[in-house]
Design a protein around this ligand. Structure first.
Ligand code: NAD
Length: 260
């Protein structure tokens, strides 16, 4: 058990990548808080974990709302006594050409991805410092933390920003053994991506099949989507890593789409 009794908070864990990370952490002995804006879906994930013999709780959290973030982290600390692992994963996608990108959508994207990462980090750090055990903070970046694609200006900007936050947390956290990392997945077939396929087909004037083959998976070595399990394995590696050796690093998980 790589995370025995570690107290883990995963945002956006009611669906997709975050849910798989939560299931993986629980299988490895972690106590997992499922933090999501969709409380009912978060509770369903927590119930799945509990039925399988793991330990989980659901907390309602809009990651853009400081009061909700602080209240949810306080709820987890009250229940279990601290925080050892934070996975800041909640995210959405909105695509437009820059000249048509509504400012409100731009601000929403930056708020969920960057304010969410900042607020959850800020709320968890004091508990990781106070415990004397250190901790692991993992940001869900993307290949778009390193690379750009058309129509995704806000997403690419936000995901690049997470690399800067991660490096700063790594520097400030080093003396407390608090590590920070970014995971950078390629396309993973979750609801977030399913929604983009028809949208991109319309915006680019191509078929949905071509969006998958010629846009999303074109640069991979095997024409395969990255899987939620691929990403969860990396999240387990970072959460369970026993030293500062990897802190500040980001790792691309993309079936060869983007190689550093
Ligand atoms: P998803 O839509 O399956 O899950 C996202 C979850 O975030 C949902 O449960 C949703 O309710 C929650 N959420 C949305 N807004 C929130 C908010 N304001 N506060 C709290 N929770 C909120 O998406 P996914 O594909 O699993 O994406 C998870 C993360 O992975 C995102 O940060 C995304 O950018 C990133 N990512 C996804 C892919 C991909 O191809 N799917 C690739 C690279 C990175």
């Amino acid at each position: 058990m790589k995370l025995q009794d570690k107290i883990c908070i995963v945002t956006g864990a009611a669906s997709g990548i975050g849910k798989e990370i939560a299931l993986t952490y629980a299988r490895e002995g972690g106590k997992v808080a499922i933090a999501d804006i969709n409380k009912a879906a978060a509770q369903a994930t927590a119930d799945d974990i509990t039925k399988a013999g793991g330990t989980a709780m659901a907390v309602a959290m809009d990651v853009t709302n400081e009061e909700q973030v602080n209240a949810a982290i306080a709820e987890v600390v009250a229940a279990w006594g601290g925080v050892d692992v934070l996975v800041s994963n909640a995210g959405i996608q909105i695509v437009h050409p820059i000249e048509e990108f509504p400012f409100a959508d731009w601000k929403k994207m930056l708020s969920i991805h960057l304010d969410g990462a900042f607020l959850t980090t800020k709320a968890c750090l004091p508990h990781m410092q106070a415990s004397g055990r250190g901790g692991s903070i993992i940001y869900m970046g993307s290949v778009h933390s390193k690379e750009a694609s058309v129509l995704k200006s806000a997403y690419v900007t936000a995901k690049h920003g997470l690399i800067g936050l991660c490096k700063t947390v790594a520097k400030e956290g080093g003396k407390h053994a608090i590590r920070a990392n970014v995971i950078c997945p390629g396309f993973v077939r979750t609801p977030l991506v399913e929604k983009q396929i028809p949208e991109q087909a319309q915006a680019l004037g191509i078929s949905e099949d071509d969006v998958v083959k010629k846009v999303m998976l074109k640069e991979t070595v095997d024409g395969e989507f990255t899987t939620v399990q691929d990403v969860a394995e990396v999240a387990l590696l970072f959460a369970g890593f026993g030293s500062n050796a990897l802190t500040g690093q980001s790792l691309v998980v993309s079936h060869g789409w983007f190689m550093q």
